[in-house]
Design a protein around this ligand. Structure first.
Ligand code: LUZ
Ligand code: MOS
Length: 751
């Protein structure tokens, strides 16, 4: 089945927030944000802006009737700044005007006097100044400090991975409409409709039931709309509360780039110890997360960094610590992988460092340390149904690594200007929200009396095709054709108290709920069909829009059964609740079983570096991936390819830059380069590993959203190998992204 949105997408008919027809009395909102990264607000003069014809009202924290607070995990973030600003781009006021042009003009007329305070932009500096979001977290297994003395090799080093802009095609935005009795409907581009509803209710000082949040679909989220779609929606809600008129706010690209947080940059310090036979015996890391000016999701992201600090390897003695460092950047936030990629870059760097210093190929260390059945992760979970070695060796065989390496060697011998490099990148990614209580979802299914079906879940469609998967689940259980099934918008009045669509878990959690609801409906309809066909319930099944008896198609159709169910007054609506079983985690011990299962895979990346210009091409990425038993390979391979391109972008070219004043320099697409069709790999091959699948995954089809992003880390090390081939004096550095500029420097350093 193709993505069910394909038809309307291709015809440009799919609706997004910005496509909604506005009510005749609708107004437009626009943020006035801080022009300094840190300081005391001495005064703001709104008088000229307010006097402008067409400006209706300018809102500030003084207009908040509830709490001026939007922090999710920690209440440390005001909706609008009060007397201090903590990052460049922090919202201070909200202009509501008749048109965007008037609002922009008004914004330019606002003057502000800020007494500047010292600005921190890096995690290292924050740590030196004891500027933290919360207390550090540590995971421990075995005894690392003692084990180093028993190692043949011990190496220490430092790594840095930069942030990443989400660059969803659809920018942040919301359209808020007043209903009767002070009720408000928000059509928001959010991954977390409940988060928007809850926060709006809190800021407005009204009960949650007065706020309805509706999500049609998103033009991309990537984590950037897990928490950070909320402020804009709440601002429009505040305006509606005061004005009783609809208000729309879509951020333009510049405002979105400047005001929203990104993937967290990390500075990390590692120590790795290996035995003579290259077993990693001990590993220690200190992670410094650049959290930005408020907590947002940083504590949860820091936690996931620890969960993935050993990637696909078994290491018996581990000690990892993460500090969430408070800086004067926009609060950094969820981004596909959620701290996992940052953790995995460090262990891969440590292995590359060790291999280089021992004088062997990186893959020799990787291969002998791969995770095996019943190995223990540093957080206490025991690895089962492990595919780490399976994907690794299948990749080596399927893609004939030996041949690839022979070709590389002879190419590098024959060429001076161009050099090739190869890397292997295994991944292991835990599936579930690490916060156990978030792992639940609901589905509400209506079978209408004509036999057509409406499906509501908490899942937000953001291009990942979750709605197509929901439809497939319903189709399988109900035995009806796709044309009878409709996916409704995600709406808090139909499915309440949802977790955000995140953590790669949306299809699993909501799909299980759909499956449960449909199963209950089928139980009821089986009774009805039994009376209609005078046969026993156990012989009845629903397939191809008909009742089947003993596996044979009867003359009784799905519609016949539904009509009869109406006559018998049988309920044709069902709501189901799914909560992931088994999982638990004890934060006081930092041990437990937080993940329903893990996703595995291995990528082989080959690259060619132009040693005159420092540019490079990714020749091919060949992947063996653990899909479980994919329920839709077209969609799943699409996720692998998209995530891979995004991961390569993060590792090689996307360079976020702030100046020392905390101002974003890479504030446009002319200064922030994302992968285009020319910079994606020439060849991407994705082969599913043969596996029994896992019952905790929906229809045994494993979560696929985030794990493949980390294949992109392979590109860093493939490029690094090529640089070293050209310049044996090159000293390995672990400072991503590996931009052509850095490659060029590396090619000619120490010569
Ligand atoms: N969001 C979240 C996530 O709130 N918790 C998680 O564990 C998570 N993991 C990945 C992506 N988003
Ligand atoms: Mo996410 S990083 O799963 O919103």
């Amino acid at each position: 089945m193709k993505n069910i949105d394909s038809y309307t997408h291709v015809r440009g008919e799919s609706l997004f927030v910005d496509d909604l027809m506005l009510r005749q009395d609708a107004l437009i909102g626009l943020c006035f944000d801080s022009p300094k990264a840190h300081g005391k607000i001495k005064s703001v003069d709104y008088s000229k802006a307010e006097a402008l014809d067409g400006v209706v009202k300018i809102f500030t924290y003084k207009d908040v009737l509830g709490e001026n607070q939007i922090g999710g995990i920690i209440p440390d973030e005001p909706l609008w700044a009060e007397d201090e600003v903590h990052f460049w781009g922090q919202p201070i006021a909200f202009i509501v005007a008749k048109t965007t042009a008037i609002a922009k003009k008004a914004r330019a007329l606002i003057t502000i006097d800020i007494e500047e305070l010292p600005v921190i932009t890096t995690a290292k500096e924050a740590k030196e100044k004891n500027s933290f979001i919360n207390a550090p977290r540590s995971f421990k297994l075995g005894d690392s400090s003692k084990s180093f003395s028993e190692c043949e090799y011990v190496f220490e080093g430092e790594t840095f991975s930069n942030g990443q802009e989400h660059l969803y095609l659809e920018t942040q935005g919301c359209y808020a409409v007043p209903l009767e009795n002070g009720n408000i409907k928000l059509t928001s581009s959010t991954q977390g409709p409940t988060q928007v509803q809850k926060t709006a209710a809190k800021v407005l000082g009204i009960p949650m039931h007065k706020i309805e949040v509706d999500v049609i679909r998103l033009g991309g989220g990537f984590g950037g709309k897990e928490d950070q779609a909320t402020p804009w929606a709440v601002m429009t809600a505040v305006a509606v509360q005061h004005l009783n008129r609809p208000v729309k706010y879509m951020l333009n690209r510049h405002d979105d780039l400047r005001m929203t947080g990104k993937r967290h940059p990390y500075s990390s310090f590692y120590k790795i110890g290996l035995t003579k036979d290259l077993k990693i015996k001990a590993f220690e890391v200190e992670f410094l997360q650049n959290s930005g000016a408020a907590a947002d999701l940083s504590p949860a992201i820091a936690e996931r960094t620890l969960f993935h600090a050993t990637n696909s390897y078994f290491i018996p003695n581990v000690s990892t610590t993460v500090f969430s460092c408070k800086t004067n950047l926009p609060p950094n936030t969820a981004f596909r992988g959620f701290g996992g990629p940052q953790g995995m870059f460090v262990i891969e760097s440590a292995i590359a460092d060790a291999a280089d210093k021992i004088g062997i190929n990186k893959k020799q260390i990787q291969e002998v340390n791969l995770l095996a059945e019943n190995d223990e992760f540093s957080y206490g979970q025991i690895a089962t149904q492990v595919e780490a070695k399976n994907t690794w060796f299948t990749a080596k065989d399927t893609f004939d690594l030996e041949q690839l390496e022979t070709e590389k060697t002879s190419f590098n011998k024959e060429n001076n200007r161009f050099k090739k490099g190869i890397s292997l990148m295994p991944i292991t990614f835990g599936i579930s929200f690490t916060n156990t209580q978030m792992n639940h979802a609901r589905a509400l299914i209506h079978i209408y009396q004509d036999g057509s079906v409406g499906i509501s879940t908490g899942a937000v469609e953001m291009g990942q095709s979750v709605n197509t998967k929901m439809l497939q689940v319903a189709q399988t259980v109900l035995g009806v054709s796709a044309a009878k099934l409709k996916l409704e918008t995600t709406n808090t009045t139909r499915v309440a108290n949802t977790s955000p669509s995140a953590a790669s878990s949306t299809a699993d959690l909501n799909g299980k709920a759909v499956e449960m609801a449909c199963n209950t409906l089928i139980e009821r309809l089986t009774e009805v069909a039994a009376t209609l066909t005078s046969s026993e319930e156990k012989n009845i099944s629903f397939q191809e829009d008909f009742v089947f008896i003993d596996g044979k198609k009867s003359t009784i159709s799905w519609e016949d059964v539904i009509s009869q169910a109406m006559v018998q007054r049988v309920a044709l609506t069902e709501n189901a609740h799914y909560a992931t079983p088994i999982i638990h985690f004890d934060k006081s011990k930092e041990k437990g079983h937080p993940f329903a299962y893990h996703v595995y895979g291995t990528a082989i990346t080959t690259t060619t570096v132009d040693c005159l210009r420092g540019t490079y091409e990714i020749d091919a990425v060949k992947i063996v991936h653990d899909f479980g038993k994919s329920m839709n390979l077209g969609i799943d391979i699409g996720q692998v390819e998209g995530a891979l391109a995004q991961g390569i972008g993060w590792m090689t070219m996307e360079e976020i830059a702030y100046n020392s004043d905390g101002r974003l320099l890479s504030n446009a697409l002319s200064t922030y380069k994302v992968p285009d069709i020319f910079s994606t790999p020439k060849i991407v091959e994705t082969v599913p590993v043969k596996t029994a699948g896992n019952d905790m995954a929906i229809q045994k089809s494993k979560a696929v959203g985030e794990p493949p992003l980390m294949y992109g880390i392979g590109a860093y090390f493939a490029i690094q190998e090529a640089v070293k081939e050209f310049n044996p004096n090159y000293k390995l550095k672990f400072h991503s992204p590996f931009t052509p500029e850095k490659v060029l420097m590396g090619l000619y350093e120490n010569q």
